[in-house]
Design a protein around this ligand. Sequence first.
Ligand code: TXA
Ligand code: MG
Length: 315
Amino acid sequence: MKFYSNICKPNKKNLAKASRLIKLGKVIAIPTETVYGLAGNAYRNDAIKKIYSLKKRPKNNPLIVHFSSLIAMEKDVEINDRLIRLAKQFSPGPLTYILSLKPGSKISKLVLNKNNEIACRIPNNKTFLAVLKQSGVPIAAPSANLSNLVSTTTAIDVQKEFGDKLPCILDSNKITIGLESTVVSLGSPITILRPGAITKEMIAKVLKKKVLEARHKGDVIAPGQFKKHYSPGIPVYLNQTKAKTHGALLVLGKHKIADNIFFLSKRSSLQEAARNLYILLRKAKELGYRSVSITTIPNIGIGKAINDRLRRAST
Ligand code: TXA
Ligand code: MG
């Protein structure tokens, strides 16, 4: 395997270096339990501008800010009862909360949505938490991919996406989920803006309240909800049983083996399928297939989030 000098093991020395780089306003890649983040100091406008420019992301698509704990969040964000109840169950973890910024917070305004709200998450990944604690600052991190393309879940895929533009890509084999976090707005009504591993039902059960799913019409408060997103760069076809000509087929469950057949999960595990999805979408493109077809994914649990991403990838 080729050696890349900017991919580094998350040992003591490299974690200290990564934390220093973050503090200084540099942008680096750090793994979370969901996908890789393109990470920068949330207090520094220069770091946030750099993230937008590296990703070629439209300025009006806000960024998630990561904290090490609720206590760390309290300095910058208005803590409310719904947040406390959900965080007790699901944080650290793949759930992002839309909240109000505290007056006087030094967090860059560039990360906020058009209502001046901030998206906050406590990631459940040792490496990310170590950098949060050692740098002592909140870290803004969108998924580490070019705007509108598929997120990355391996250090090598981050390297292929950004090359040597990043001074450090912390390596990890601890991406346990593989799909981006659930995004929930805690206002009234409580609304899921992006489905993920934490489902609407799980949130409703904790809050004992009705939870809505955002429709992509008038209620878009962030362009990440828009349809065209998560594209592997070749056409994607859902609910297929066969590959198209010169196409690949991603399969959930059993299938006869062939060069263009890739298994999301042979044992039909939706968790395993979520972990493999972005890796296989990227691989199919890289191997030169002209399209990706995918067998039917049951619309339950994390399957809902898989289908959400695939629907967008296919438009
Ligand atoms: O799992 C994840 O959430 C990963 C890891 C790195 O934490 N991050 C991630 O970030 O997926 P990104 O930027 O690729 O997706 C964030 C989504 C986008 O759809 C964005 O529009 C939305 O969250 N978002 C961010 N800030 C928001 C805000 N203040 N209000 C509403 N939506 C927001
Ligand atoms: Mg993204």
